[in-house]
Ligand binder design. Structure first.
Ligand code: ZN
Length: 114
């Protein structure tokens, strides 16, 4: 790409909005989308009864751009010692782990909706 003022004193190389480094040398691109700190996000947790009286714990209300849901899912699976999956933009864990999930989310820093 050639810039209008390339090679003149007016040629200011573009800098990254995120880290302030020159865009050529910054590594932000590879970090993926910018996430919002957990402290600024509110999660909702509920236990649902599914077919055959199977219980699932659902974490919802988190924005998939602001929050790395895959990463959060693996943390919650580890904390609960149970399986789980992403369903659209909500996390579903097998079993009723609402209390443990809320505690874990709060430890990470999320706010929990009442
Ligand atoms: Zn950057």
């Amino acid at each position: 790409m050639t810039r209008l003022f390339a090679g003149t004193p007016f040629d200011i190389p573009p800098r990254c909005d995120r880290c302030g480094e020159l865009e050529e040398s910054c590594g932000c691109e590879s970090l993926g989308p910018e996430r919002l700190p957990a402290e600024k996000q509110t999660a909702k947790v509920r236990a649902d009864r599914r077919k055959h009286k199977r219980m699932v714990t659902v974490v919802w209300g988190l924005d998939p751009v602001d929050c790395d849901l895959k990463d959060l899912l693996s943390k919650l699976k580890a904390a609960c010692g149970s399986g789980g999956s992403l369903q659209d933009d909500q996390i579903e864990l097998q079993g009723d782990h609402a209390a443990r999930v809320k505690k874990q989310l709060q430890e990470i820093g999320f706010k929990i909706a009442k």
